[in-house]
Ligand binder design. Structure first.
Ligand code: NI
Length: 173
């Protein structure tokens, strides 16, 4: 397993629609393990393959907040939202590709997602709370969409300007 570098916004690779995986290969299993390690190391609660520069439909997440509770690392291959609740929730979201920037985003409060496991099995689950927000945020990444794309143009430009400045500073360091 290894930690992979996380792409920072703005980056054209974060704006591309990721390709379906289909049959799960060993390469995808290694990618998923690396993504989990990268996510826990960051630390973060979700990570999508495009964020490590791989344009495939794979995401990982673990939204267990209680430090005494066992972790629940999840890997979703080719995830698809098959149902969304009419009720919505607002969470303050952040993103490992846009460090230190946070904003409220409104999304469906509950979603049912269908995906393929690393063992190639069809799975589905209904997510709520933080899990629902996280899985929608990560599926957005697979569609080339960032949480700031849910904000007003003004807010998005403000965050993007800060991100550009931060990237420039990092490049110089
Ligand atoms: Ni993100």
């Amino acid at each position: 397993m290894s930690i992979r570098p996380i792409l920072l916004h703005p980056d054209p690779r974060l704006k591309k629609v990721a390709e379906p995986v289909g049959a799960v290969s060993n390469e995808i299993r290694v990618l998923a393990e690396d993504m989990l390690e990268t996510m826990y190391d960051a630390p973060g609660i979700g990570l999508a393959a495009p964020q490590v520069g791989v344009g495939r439909r794979v995401l990982v997440m673990d939204c267990v907040k209680d430090e005494d509770a066992p972790p629940r690392p999840m890997v979703l291959v080719d995830p698809e939202i098959v149902w969304t609740s009419a009720e919505t929730n607002v969470y303050e979201e952040g993103c490992l590709s846009i460090p230190e920037q946070y904003a409220d985003v409104e999304r469906p409060a509950e979603v049912e997602v269908r995906w393929t496991s690393l063992e190639g099995a069809e799975q589905s689950e209904r997510f709520d709370g933080l899990w629902a927000t996280c899985v929608q945020h990560e599926i957005d990444h697979l569609n080339g969409k960032l949480f700031i794309d849910h904000l007003t143009t003004l807010k998005r430009q403000l965050i993007t300007r800060k991100a550009v400045k931060r990237k420039r500073e990092l490049a110089r360091a």
